[in-house]
Write a protein that binds this ligand. Structure first.
Ligand SMILES: [Zn+2]
Length: 883
């Protein structure tokens, strides 16, 4: 197919973009340029003047250090001289520095916020070289170089984590994604430590008593947010069977035994092979190291050539459940995909964060579908990826997939379900629209055209348009540049003979948006007593007649988006909802059953369905078939079983009250913990149920589980599960709880027991303990951020709403501190945990008062508050409607 003649850029869309982007560099004031952080204007200004960057970085690693000493030699080409050049740094510079060979003093540079102005007079057109000595802080959390002090093996594990814009808090740099550079590390560390970085290790030499220097090859050109190294008493496992690509796993010695080396190796290397075929672009880097870090705040971070993972995401201290294996697979595939999407081709600015995150998730599920077809990748995509997107996109706090961003200081707030969950859903819809061949031809073109460089969403759409010959302008405007989503429903009228007189599909913006969304709706049509069929209906307008159905017999029920290719809230009509509530357990096609269940969850949150009816339908689905020894749960798939159980429990907890809720909890507890559930369902069910069970027999079960390390007659438990069981006892004031916790804490066979003890103690109903836990949340020295995030749901144990209530306002009052000092995903998790622990009008009042009292709250924080408050508001409305 001939390529369309298209302009290099898409000017029609530019008009929609912000005035920030329209501001030319020349018009930007000095204040804008040098605002704290890195402004878009400063980034553009520098990008036009600098290229060929090369950072030579030396770090001196010393056990127990609270600051790291470093030296930088930075080379760059200046295209245009004549003015001071801002270098970003937020640490301590040593008094002497050098510029193009000349000795300089700190007083020779002006400092504006976190920018140091290299004086124009000492710079020259062409190559320049500056040299600095510096010191920057090291802590367990809140710093770009983090340390994990392992209380069990006494080791200290140091690692950098500078995404999205914290590199300048570690060393002086031009901290923006579109000034890619080569990074050449030289790292001095104790002799018994290992050091890993982006580039391959060139040389390791003794430098004095008990110390070695590790010199690394310069990396390929990468963005500052991707530079990385880690150092500590790691063990390095090199799998016996590798490939052409050097592959090693870096880990704590204690993780070695449980680590499934062959699986981890295959998962990484086969993904590399699959993606090389799909993209027709070779793996871009010289090697692939995988570094497993305890307490790492994210599941993984895709640093080029050395992916960092949270150790517990890849290594299990028990037989892993289907959920844990699925999470591990999708995490690995996601991070490996980033080596192309994000690392080889990087977004120009974090407004296009979705480009890398959307692709990594979408491609990750593609790999899952092909490598592990038995896991039914697209069904899991529907269960795991879409719900968080819908949850945020339905609220007034939602944002477009492409998110304007004036300053990297706020870049953390661009992370969230819209880029991680909606963006891959958009790519899935695009893939369905264009077909596999055109889609991957376009992807190939995009990767080749922008390799080792940066790109924008317009570049991607252009490549896909050229490959497919289709015009994607209207699609992009609606799905990438506009916030929100539609709710879609079918509407019909029948005549006296039960035949359709008219049939329409209708869509409406969830936040009253004034435009329709273009989409392809798969309508499942189930006639009474006959086989179902699926019709594909393109929907462009708010309301659309479907002529082909006029004259047909009224269906028994129908379901929109049956193949899950479209994105939106697809609601059930009352007739279909009634029938499906009865017949859902009989539906055999897992995707159709899952989509129908999603539509029921939507009906609940849209306030269209009595929560009692929802809970009953879910209980029916979770129930058992047959009698006596043939007793089998209706839902045999562990992931589907968990999803329905969680939805049922949440609905009871938030929408129902008192004895009514308690009766349902007891019934669900009976269904999952007393009846003979297969082992693959039992452990996930225990993990979900634990927060809601309070019967005496269940507390006994928890006591045994914590002590014995397995569920009765069932699966073995990990350390976390045993502490969870102890937390249940603690939360219910059981007299043995403290002794039990102390026993677990003293058991040296339990890995990471301090972390889990911290988590469990958060569930204590003792007000003094609650206060201590809350105070620990706001420290920087200890505990690691990941421990806090893990404990938030224990802090808000069901039944402790009153005790936790005063902390809601306190947590909101500290939100700006949290935004500044914690890593990417923490602030939304913080806000959400404190707000959605409550289902009372008083909690809503607290949030509203806080918003009113803080009219200057930044928009990104305000939006996160709107996102989280939306669910509380919906709960209160439904409770009023269905008392
Ligand atoms: Zn990612």
């Amino acid at each position: 197919m001939a390529a369309l003649m298209l302009p290099r850029r898409l000017p029609f869309l530019l008009a929609l973009l912000s005035s920030t982007l329209m501001t030319s560099c020349q018009q930007a004031s000095v204040d804008d340029l040098l605002a704290p952080g890195v402004s878009r204007d400063l980034a553009k200004h520098r990008r036009a003047r600098i290229q060929d960057l090369h950072y030579r970085l030396h770090f001196r690693m010393v056990p127990g250090m609270e600051a790291v000493e470093g030296r930088l030699q930075l080379q760059f080409q200046l295209l245009q001289g004549g003015e001071d050049l801002a270098l970003d740094f937020d640490g301590e510079l040593l008094p002497q520095w050098r510029c193009n060979g000349a000795e300089m003093a700190l007083a020779d540079m002006q400092q504006v916020a976190n920018h140091w102005m290299l004086p124009a007079a000492s710079l020259q057109p062409g190559m320049n070289q500056v040299e600095f000595g510096f010191r920057s802080k090291v802590a367990a959390t809140g710093t770009p170089l983090n340390v994990y002090r392992d209380e069990e093996d006494g080791g200290e594990y140091y690692y950098t984590l500078v995404v999205p814009a914290d590199a300048h808090r570690l060393f002086p740099c031009f901290d923006q994604p579109d000034l890619k550079a080569k990074f050449e590390f030289s790292i001095e560390a104790p002799t018994d430590w290992q050091v890993v970085a982006n580039g391959p290790l060139l040389d390791r030499q003794a430098v004095g008593e008990g110390r070695h220097r590790h010199d690394f090859q310069a990396s390929k050109p990468i963005s500052t947010y991707l530079m990385a190294f880690a150092a500590g008493p790691f063990e390095v496992t090199e799998p016996p069977v590798g490939g052409d690509l050097p592959f090693r796993i870096w880990h704590r010695a204690s993780a070695g035994e449980a680590m499934q080396v062959a699986d981890l190796t295959e998962m990484h290397l086969q993904t590399v092979q699959l993606l090389e075929q799909d993209f027709q672009v070779p793996y871009p880097f010289e090697k692939l190291d995988v570094v497993l870090l305890p307490g790492f705040p994210y599941g993984g971070m895709e640093h080029p050539g050395c992916i960092f993972y949270r150790e517990s995401a890849l290594v299990f201290d028990h037989t892993p459940t289907a959920q844990e294996l699925l999470r591990r697979s999708t995490l690995i595939y996601h991070e490996v995909s980033h080596q192309w999407f994000g690392n080889l081709v990087t977004m120009e600015w974090f407004d296009d964060l979705w480009l890398k995150e959307g692709f990594a998730t979408f491609i990750g599920y593609q790999v899952l579908q092909r490598r592990e077809p038995e896991l039914q990748g697209w069904l899991r995509f529907h269960q795991r990826v879409k719900p968080p997107a819908y949850q945020v996109d339905a609220t007034p706090g939602t944002v477009p997939v492409y998110q304007e961003l004036g300053n990297l200081f706020d870049a953390k707030s661009n992370y969230g379900p819209i880029v991680y969950n909606k963006a891959p859903s958009m790519l899935k819809a695009l893939h369905a629209l264009l077909g596999d061949k055109a889609f991957f031809d376009g992807v190939h073109r995009f990767l080749v055209d922008h390799a080792w460089d940066n790109a924008t969403w317009e570049d991607l759409i252009l490549a896909l348009q050229e490959a497919s010959g289709r015009d994607l302008q209207a699609w992009s405007e609606r799905w990438l540049l506009t916030a929100g989503m539609p709710k879609v429903r079918a509407h019909w009228q029948e005549d006296v003979r039960g035949r359709l007189q008219s049939f329409q599909l209708q869509q409406e913006g969830l936040q009253g948006q004034a435009h329709p969304w273009p989409m392809q709706v798969d309508l499942l049509w189930q006639p009474e007593g006959a086989a179902a069929e699926i019709l594909e209906i393109p929907l462009q307008e708010f309301e659309q007649e479907v002529e082909a159905l006029v004259g047909q017999a009224t269906p028994a029920w129908l379901l929109l988006n049956a193949k899950d290719r479209a994105y939106g809230r697809f609601l059930l009509d009352p007739v279909s909802r009634r029938r499906l509530a009865e017949e859902l357990p009989e539906i055999e096609d897992p995707m159709i059953r899952e989509v129908a269940f999603t539509a029921m969850v939507d009906a609940l949150w849209e306030g269209e369905w009595n929560p009692r009816k929802f809970v009953q339908a879910a209980e029916k689905l979770l129930g058992f078939d047959g009698e006596g020894r043939d007793l089998q749960p209706r839902l045999a798939d562990a992931l589907s079983h968990s999803r329905v159980l969680q939805a049922a429990l949440l609905a009871c907890h938030r929408f129902l009250q008192g004895d009514e809720a308690k009766a349902h909890f007891q019934y669900l507890l009976h269904l999952t913990m007393q009846l003979p559930l297969p082992p693959e369902l039992k452990l996930p069910a225990f993990r979900t149920m634990a927060r809601y069970g309070s019967d005496a027999w269940f507390l006994d079960l928890c006591r045994d589980a914590a002590r014995q390390g397995h569920l009765e007659g069932g699966p073995e438990l990990g350390t976390r599960d045993r502490f969870l069981a102890a937390a249940v006892l603690l939360a219910h004031g059981d007299p043995e709880a403290e002794t039990l916790l102390a026993e677990l804490e003293a058991d040296e066979s339990l890995q990471d027991r301090q972390k889990y003890a911290f988590m469990a103690r958060a569930a204590s109903p003792d007000p003094a303990q609650k206060q201590r836990t809350f105070e620990a949340y706001l420290q920087l020295s200890e505990p690691p951020e990941q421990w806090i995030q893990l404990s938030l749901e224990f802090f808000h144990w069901p039944g402790q709403e009153e005790l936790c209530f005063p902390y809601l306002r306190q947590a909101l009052d500290r939100v700006l501190w949290v935004k500044e000092h914690r890593k990417i995903f923490f602030m939304p998790a913080w806000i959400d945990a404190f707000i959605n622990a409550h289902s009372s009008p008083q909690a809503l009042e607290v949030v509203e008062d806080f918003l009113q009292a803080n009219p200057d709250l930044p928009l990104d924080v305000r939006r996160k508050l709107w996102q989280s408050t939306d669910r509380l508001r919906r709960v209160l409305q439904a409770r009023q409607r269905f008392p």
